[in-house]
Design a protein around this ligand. Structure first.
Ligand SMILES: NC(=O)c1ccc[n+]([C@@H]2O[C@H](COP(=O)([O-])OP(=O)(O)OC[C@H]3O[C@@H](n4cnc5c(N)ncnc54)[C@H](O)[C@@H]3O)[C@@H](O)[C@H]2O)c1
Length: 263
């Protein structure tokens, strides 16, 4: 899909990847753009920059998502591209409290379901529409040390696949963005795994450029880091070997950091 003259909604548009998406999309001269974010000030600031319309709110609330689509309908006659990008990370394994699992589920799964529920009827009546859903490399591989993030980002990929399979013939296109490390506030540099991700991280602008190319080509998977595709391809070839390699990585990161001896 070409973005010129299209109507776009971006959630999590106030910071990081979402902000870079809004900035990059603006260069394609869309007809209208809604910048949505929990952080109202950030949404306003990006909207001013890209001549968009800011709407603050929480993507875990279905009424907010319905409002985004209703605004796009009222202002510009419908949404062409809905980018469900808002997300957050959380550390922890099996001990992660149920409330945090629930928050991750709402943020990384239900928000995408709400977007599809709200935007699909208009898209289907026009015979075309596009969803970009931001998952993560963790959604194809895993994020060591983050069970709820890994599992719910896998579910993001699964829902995007389902949407694509079920609505492709009706003119609906879906892309699933699965980056590894990206230089945004999400990376917590006191965490050794995030330090590793940071060392190979791309800028949010690089990711946005990949997204524009991926949407133009209507690719389902958008992988700004090619190595993610390689690791993903290796998984079904020898799942046990893949698990072994990742568990070795975890072991390495778990080792206590030894201070260097003075010379
Ligand atoms: N940064 C990375 O290394 C990385 C890697 C893979 C995937 N991702 C994914 O990219 C997406 C964007 O992350 P980012 O790196 O730009 O992080 P970020 O923290 O810079 O931006 C996330 C944005 O989402 C907003 N947000 C968070 N919860 C929200 C909610 N409930 N409702 C509405 N808005 C909410 C925040 O206010 C913020 O503006 C996320 O889905 C994240 O999981 C990031």
């Amino acid at each position: 899909m070409q973005l010129c003259d299209k109507v776009i909604i971006v959630t999590g548009g106030g910071h990081g990847i979402g902000r870079a998406l809004c900035q990059r999309f603006a260069q394609e001269r869309p007809r209208g753009m809604i910048v949505a974010d929990l952080d109202a000030e950030a949404a306003e600031s990006v909207a001013r920059e890209v001549a968009g319309h800011a709407i603050p709110g929480d993507v875990r609330n279905e009424t907010h998502i319905q409002h985004l689509v209703a605004e796009a309908d009222a202002r510009w006659g419908g949404v062409d591209l809905f980018c469900s990008n808002a997300g957050a990370t959380i550390k922890g394994g099996v001990e992660t409290p149920d409330a945090d699992w629930q928050r991750m589920w709402e943020l990384h799964v239900l928000s995408h379901v709400y977007a599809a529920r709200a935007a699909l009827p208009g898209m289907l009546s026009r015979g075309e529409g596009y969803f970009l859903q931001t998952s993560s490399a963790a959604g194809l591989l895993t994020e060591i040390g983050s069970a709820a993030y890994s599992v719910t980002k896998h579910a993001t990929v699964s829902f995007a696949e389902w949407l694509s399979v079920n609505y492709r013939r009706a003119g609906i296109r879906v892309s699933c963005l699965c980056p590894s490390g990206v230089q945004t506030d999400m990376l917590n540099l006191s965490d050794p795994i995030h330090q590793f991700l940071q060392a190979h991280a791309l800028s949010a602008d690089d990711v946005a450029e990949c997204v524009v190319r991926g949407i133009a080509a209507e690719n389902f998977l958008i992988l700004p880091h090619p190595e993610v595709g390689e690791f993903f391809a290796a998984k079904p070839q020898d799942y046990d070997r893949w698990l072994h390699q990742f568990s070795r990585m975890k072991e390495k990161w778990d080792r206590p950091h030894k201070p260097r001896r003075a010379a």
